[in-house]
Design a protein around this ligand. Structure first.
Ligand SMILES: Nc1ncnc2c1ncn2[C@@H]1O[C@H](COP(=O)(O)OP(=O)(O)OP(=O)(O)O)[C@@H](O)[C@H]1O
Length: 583
């Protein structure tokens, strides 16, 4: 065995143990119930086989005093029934009906376990992603996260189905083997040895299963990231007439996923075929040995053949299930790695319900921050932003303005230095983000109605508050003109609204939060003169009610609106300066 193979096996075993731990911790009472149902149904299957002979004897098919059957005989006799052929048949049907009912219960419990476990993995990861640091999340493609949350977790769910199936099949095989041992220990040992030999021979498929699991994960990720990029750039793709090349790339990605899947199916069906063929040969050898070398009675031989004929398909299913588990382990590894990375990059504690007030000022002292792999380091020696004033953040493109805003909002944590809000360090202020409303250049509009968008992120505002926010953001007239008013659908990403309407909707939503700090990051850059002025008029109307930070390239239009400004140049942040005419 090469050291590579040994390492892979050790890796698989470690991964499998981690997966099993995760599964066993998930819902121990239901897992125990599934295990109990499994054990009882396997026990009944064994009992059914053990009673086959006495029943046939009682029915007059055989005449045997074989000691192996005395247990079953005495059990049947203790039922104090008048055993004839008809009673034997009724007994058999009842036994199978009870067993079928138990299997139904077991399958329901197992299916529900499988689905709920997959949901649990999704929810854990979603929670971890939601609480990860922004700086970490910006380094990952959302398609990659989506792939783990959907395809990979689905594959883990399928693997879990096979795990549960494997435990059922293993218990059944154990039940068959124990009956076989009772009939003929040497023959049972021979069967066990043949099964182990087959299993060892077919272990060579392990590597193929694992590798095809890895490749399928990569192909799925590629498909999802491409699809996401395509959908987000759809407008541009259509304007540039690039549909054909994107269709081609998509088709390649889809074909790649299918090919990976078919590759695994091929190796799986090949192994299944080898097992069945090996099983048939084993059955022939066993029957031959039983008849010639071990001189088994016809009664025993019949039971042994019945046992092996039922056990061999189970063995091939066990081997197939094992392959499916190996194929699934890379998906679990992807889930585990993403979860671990998110946990290692855990954000501040989640925001509490109460927003933090801002009455005096925000101060940054000796703050330094650098994005991973970025050439630019943001440095702030000392900056004090007064509360309830409107401040412009100015600087050329790439100077670091958005980075400064992200530090102020707590989205990014400084590498060194401290940010204080009214004298409290930001890291000690979990309610801070509840106090902020942020409007970026590319505002986020949800698919749904105007009302849905206004309510998004806001706890049940009153009709009066909604009307007030709409008036403040110059959107009230528009909603009055619409026949369905606030219940008008605005399409995915607000495609049925103009750019100006979208920004004003974002502004109204921001105002409903009643923020202490309102941040407008190039929120008006893409707007025409009128829309731009309307938004600025709203900001003017808010002056003195809250602290406002505004980044805009149209500095001249900010005159008369701002109380002061902060210059950012090449990552260096200058102190706050009052605007001409202000103190
Ligand atoms: N997530 C990120 N990862 C790595 N580098 C980043 C990231 N975000 C920004 N940067 C880098 O930091 C620098 C400052 O970016 P920032 O967005 O703060 O500039 P800006 O002044 O807001 O620019 P603009 O006016 O063009 O929006 C950029 O040069 C960019 O390369």
């Amino acid at each position: 065995m090469t050291s590579d193979t040994q390492n892979n096996r050790a890796g698989d075993q470690g991964l499998f143990r981690a997966y099993l731990r995760e599964f066993l911790r998930f819902d121990p009472p239901t897992i125990r119930r599934a295990a109990l149902l499994n054990i009882i149904s396997a026990g009944m299957e064994g009992a059914g086989l053990l009673m086959l002979l006495p029943l046939l004897t009682l029915a007059g098919v055989f005449d045997t005093e074989d000691s192996s059957f005395t247990v079953a005989h005495s059990l049947l006799s203790s039922l104090k029934l008048n055993w004839d052929f008809e009673t034997a048949l009724v007994f058999f049907v009842t036994l199978i009906a009870v067993q079928a009912w138990l299997m139904l219960l077991r399958d329901r419990v197992c299916r529900s376990l499988q689905l709920r476990f997959a949901d649990h993995l999704k929810q854990r990861l979603y929670d971890a992603v939601a609480h990860s640091r922004w700086s970490y999340l910006t380094g990952r493609h959302s398609g990659e996260i989506l792939n783990v949350l959907t395809s990979e977790v689905q594959r883990i769910g399928i693997g879990t189905y096979f795990l549960l199936r494997l435990s059922t099949l293993s218990l059944l095989a154990l039940a068959y083997l124990s009956v076989a041992f009772r009939m003929s220990p040497p023959l049972a040992l021979l069967a066990l040895g043949t099964g182990l030999l087959l299993w060892l021979l077919l272990r060579s498929t392990d590597r193929a299963s694992r590798e095809s699991g890895i490749l399928l994960g990569q192909a799925n990720r590629d498909l999802l990231t491409r699809t996401q990029d395509f959908l987000s750039a759809l407008k541009l793709i259509k304007i540039h007439g690039e549909e054909a090349s994107h269709i081609c790339q998509f088709n390649d990605a889809v074909t790649d996923v299918s090919r990976r899947f078919i590759d695994f199916q091929k190796s799986w069906t090949r192994a299944q075929m080898a097992y069945r063929m090996g099983g048939a040969v084993a059955l022939a050898i066993l029957s031959y040995s039983a008849l010639t070398l071990m001189a088994l009675t016809p009664a025993r031989l019949l039971v042994m053949i019945a046992i092996f004929a039922r056990m061999l398909p189970h063995l091939s299913e066990i081997a197939g299930g094992r392959q499916q588990l190996l194929h699934m382990l890379p998906a679990f590894s992807a889930w585990q790695n993403l979860l671990a990375a998110c946990m290692a990059n855990r954000d501040f504690p989640p925001a509490r319900d109460e927003p933090a007030p801002l009455q005096d000022r925000i101060v940054l002292g000796r703050v330094a921050f650098r994005h991973p792999q970025s050439h630019l380091a943001l440095t702030v020696e000392h900056l004090a932003i007064p509360a309830k004033k409107t401040t412009a953040i100015v600087g050329v493109s790439g100077a670091g303005k958005t980075t400064l805003l992200d530090l102020l909002s707590g989205l990014l944590a400084p590498d060194s230095g401290t940010i204080w809000v009214d004298g409290v360090a930001l890291a000690e202020l979990p309610g801070w983000r509840k106090s902020i409303a942020y409007i970026p250049q590319e505002t986020l509009i949800q698919d749904g109605t105007l009302r849905d968008n206004l309510l998004w992120g806001n706890a049940a505002p009153t009709d009066n508050e909604i009307r007030c926010a709409l008036e403040q953001s110059a959107l009230f007239e528009l909603t009055e003109k619409l026949t369905r008013g606030l219940d008008t659908p605005i399409g995915e990403r607000g495609v049925k609204l103009s750019g100006g309407e979208k920004q004003r909707l974002a502004l109204a939503r921001a105002l409903l939060r009643k923020p202490q700090l309102l941040i407008l990051d190039e929120a008006t850059s893409a707007l025409d003169g009128d829309s731009h002025r309307q938004v600025l008029d709203t900001v003017r109307g808010l002056h003195g009610n809250m602290t406002i930070l505004i980044v805009s390239h149209r500095h001249e239009e900010l005159a008369g609106l701002i109380d002061g400004s902060v210059q950012v140049a090449d990552g260096r942040v200058e102190p706050w300066r009052p605007a001409p005419g202000h103190r």
